[in-house]
Design a protein around this ligand. Structure first.
Ligand code: AKB
Length: 336
């Protein structure tokens, strides 16, 4: 008998580490984590970690031969800034990797006659507001509005969402014998901020970078202008959202793709929070044309009413609480 297990890809990334830590609190859950990087030792001891490339088919064949995968949290991705430098690689990982996992989930669902739950974090990058005027006029787009991303990462995420819907609702579904297919559920994250890890390769990184620099007494030149505004979320809320959407009763879900958000800040407002706790923070602004353009294309906020209504999305941390209760105390300890 194969052992039941949860598979997490991109496990050594920011969201991955936080999710592994949270899911491993339940010792009955067998977790297989994957990443091209090793996990920090304190996490690696709690899970079965595989260092490898999600494009390597033989890895999955080995996993499937030993484990009955019930849930897949597919986090592996090249983020928005990095993907602009390496579009071919980004496409391979973000699209090719997602295809591989969806195919695997479809085969496992059909084989077991039980849908594998496929949890897919998408991003605010799936939006493209077209102009600053549109961005100002439409601060909280719905999931299906403004789906015209301007980045490789955003295009990849939007397509990943579409593939997920295709695999769960249409793949082989036209055949007479209608096999059981995977259960695809997706959240669109805003910029995430962790107290324990520093992001890399994203465009929302200026927020967390500013804060981590201040805590280490390092000057920080912000790569977007003061007025640039997007939404953010503290990492514990992001992890909760993934677990919550995975466990929501299917009949309650009126969407497969849900916007979720916590608070929206301009770079200057973000800097003000940082300075409240680190009054000596040296923050200057040196906008980078390309990264500024990306942030300008993302909405100020997202309408997340459907997530709130269907599966009880309700973030604990607004900006005030995120800084005072989660970020600052933990970051202080980290750099003590
Ligand atoms: C990025 O900046 O690319 C990510 C994201 C918003 O998805 N943090």
């Amino acid at each position: 008998m194969r052992k039941k297990a949860i598979l997490i890809t991109g496990a050594a990334g920011e969201v991955g580490q936080a999710l592994v830590a949270k899911l491993a609190e339940n010792s009955e859950t067998h977790i297989i984590s994957m990443d091209i990087m090793p996990l920090p030792p304190e996490l690696a001891m709690k899970v079965h970690h595989i260092v490898g490339d999600i494009l390597d088919q033989s890895l999955f064949e080995r996993i499937i031969s030993e484990f009955d995968i019930t849930h897949i949290y597919h986090l592996a991705a090249l983020l928005s800034t990095r993907a602009e430098y390496s579009p071919m690689l980004a496409h391979d990982v973000n699209v090719g990797g997602t295809m591989k996992l969806l195919q695997l989930a479809a085969e496992q669902s059909e084989w077991n006659r039980k849908p594998v739950k496929f949890i897919y974090p998408s991003s605010v990058a799936a939006f493209g507001m077209g102009s600053l005027e549109n961005k100002a006029k439409n601060p909280r787009p719905q999931e299906w509005e403004w789906n015209t991303p301007i980045t490789m990462y955003g295009a990849n995420k939007l397509y990943g969402e579409t593939l997920g819907v295709y695999y769960s609702n249409y793949y082989k579904q036209l055949a007479d014998d209608n096999p059981t297919m995977l259960d695809f559920r997706c959240v669109r994250f805003p910029g995430l901020i962790s107290a324990f890890t520093v992001p890399s390769g994203g465009t929302s990184d200026y927020g967390p970078e500013m804060l981590h620099a201040a805590a280490q007494d390092k000057p920080y030149a912000c790569f977007v202008r003061e007025t640039a505004a997007i939404s953010f979320m503290a990492m514990p809320d992001a992890v909760t959202s993934l677990i919550q959407i995975a466990s929501a009763p299917r009949e309650n879900l009126t969407h497969q793709i849900y916007n979720i958000t916590a608070f929206s800040l301009s770079a200057e407002e973000f800097a003000e929070y940082v300075k409240k706790y680190f009054p000596d923070a040296q923050i200057t602004y040196k906008p980078d044309v390309n990264r500024q353009r990306i942030i300008d294309s993302w909405p100020i906020d997202m309408k997340d009413d459907a997530a709130r209504r269907d599966w009880g999305w309700d973030p604990i941390y607004d900006a005030e609480r995120a800084f005072s209760e989660y970020l600052v105390p933990n970051i202080r300890k980290r750099y003590e």
